[in-house]
Design a protein around this ligand. Structure first.
Ligand code: ADP
Ligand code: MG
Length: 238
């Protein structure tokens, strides 16, 4: 579970080609980071995988199954955005349980999953608060909680920490890495932050204008960047 394959995936908006043709294999349980400059197609790629946008051509396979006609809710993936999009009038508990209520999951099972996610994310004492009564880091945890309760086969993070201040970012980075250790679920993490990429990734995918410049472990890319562009992004002296 959690294996994602892109085969010659292209994406055009009107006549603007954002993804010319992209092949990528993401293994089960892998923590993959997409890095690249603003506008290179990172978010678009995540949205294609999530099914929030349709691919123009090519194929996306999730656990070997063609996902083309599978709607987002049925793909078994959960997306976490930088803007937390929490419901301000709902308690933390209700915010986290929201996708489960939508799916009409049994109430006992809803509660079980919410309690479990809250425990993992240190939110147990905050379940009855509203988002406005939480810190930025706690709000981001609620957003992650809402993803966890769906028990997805993969998490898709789109620059989840970019609204947090530097100190909080370091803490959340560690928390997300720990979450990955604990859950062992596939995670795709989009960032333009070099430090996040280098410290969190099993595998880094460097993107430029919708093309993959290089794929490799942080160490591989650091030691052997294919060109100046990759070296610049990785912070390699080469
Ligand atoms: P990134 O997340 O790497 O900053 P995006 O995936 O958001 O980049 O955008 C990649 C390119 O696609 C940009 O040039 C952007 O303007 C364009 N784009 C993204 N979404 C749309 C859309 N819905 N309609 C038209 N162009 C879009
Ligand atoms: Mg983006």
């Amino acid at each position: 579970m959690g294996q994602i394959t892109l085969k010659q995936v292209t994406k055009r908006f009107g006549n603007v080609e954002v993804i010319p043709s992209l092949d990528l294999e993401i293994g089960d349980g892998e923590f993959t980071v997409f890095v690249g400059p603003s506008g290179c197609g990172k978010s678009t790629l995540l949205r294609l995988i999530a099914g929030l946008e349709d691919i123009t051509s090519g194929q996306i396979l999730i656990d070997g199954q063609d996902a083309t006609s599978v709607p987002p809710a049925k793909r078994g993936l959960a997306m976490v955005f930088q803007s937390y999009a929490l419901y301000p009038h709902m308690s933390v508990r209700k915010n986290i349980a929201f996708p489960l209520r939508m799916a009409k999951l049994d109430k006992v099972e809803q509660d079980r999953r919410v309690e479990q996610a809250a425990a993992v994310l240190n939110l147990t004492d905050y379940l009855d608060r509203r988002p406005g009564q939480l810190s930025g880091g706690q709000r981001q945890r609620v957003a992650i909680g809402r993803a966890i309760v769906r028990e997805p086969s993969a998490f898709l993070f789109d620059e989840p920490l970019s609204n947090l201040d530097a100190a909080l970012r370091v803490g959340m980075r560690l928390e997300i890495s720990e979450l990955h250790e604990r859950l062992k679920t596939t995670m795709i993490y989009v960032t333009h932050d070099q430090v996040e990429a280098m410290t969190m990734a099993d595998k880094i995918v460097v993107l430029r204008a919708g093309n993959i410049e290089q794929v490799g472990s942080p160490l591989e890319l650091y030691k052997n960047p294919r060109n100046k562009f990759v070296a610049g992004f990785i912070g390699s002296p080469k």
